[in-house]
Ligand binder design. Sequence first.
Ligand code: IMP
Length: 187
Amino acid sequence: MASHNGGKVGEIAHLLSPFSVEVVSAGELGLPEPEETGETFRANAELKALAAARATGLPALADDSGLMVDALNGAPGIYSARWGGPERDFVRAMERVEAELAGKTDRRARFVCALTLAWADGHCETFEGTVGGVMVWPPRGKQGFGYDPVFQPDGRTLTFGEMDPGAKHAISHRADAFAKLVAACFV
Ligand code: IMP
């Protein structure tokens, strides 16, 4: 798993649990984090998965994901992690989104996830998933990670931060991308 983000590694390990795959993270292997120089989720997922696959000789799965807020023209988007600053402080990132939404009535947003499975020979496959919802304030719930406490998915009354992990995994952008990957690569 080409990630140093414990929240993501945990969610992907949960999604992979029915497949008898042993998951080891790039963080545990001490691999350096490649710079995310891509301009799309897909480009960054491919760059991370290929770097880990080439460094280890193992198939590598990378997730590049983020929050796209309609009234902010899709921001923070691929900069979602960077809005937390060098310390990845998501209280600060959530406050920044809320400050930029001040006075706007359109609070629609979506999480987007690009998942890339790469092999050491440079072959890779990418799958994209999404989940729509609205931005809420103040933040609610302590589950999940990142922007989960301020995102309420469509048709639900709880934020991702208030949901049990299983309920989030049933509908999340990551689960949507993962279902497409499983359909193409595992069955
Ligand atoms: P990256 O893909 O590692 O560049 O960072 C993705 C960032 O998007 C995370 O650090 C979170 O801030 C945000 N993000 C992605 N997926 C989720 C999610 O499922 N819940 C909350 N925040 C997320």
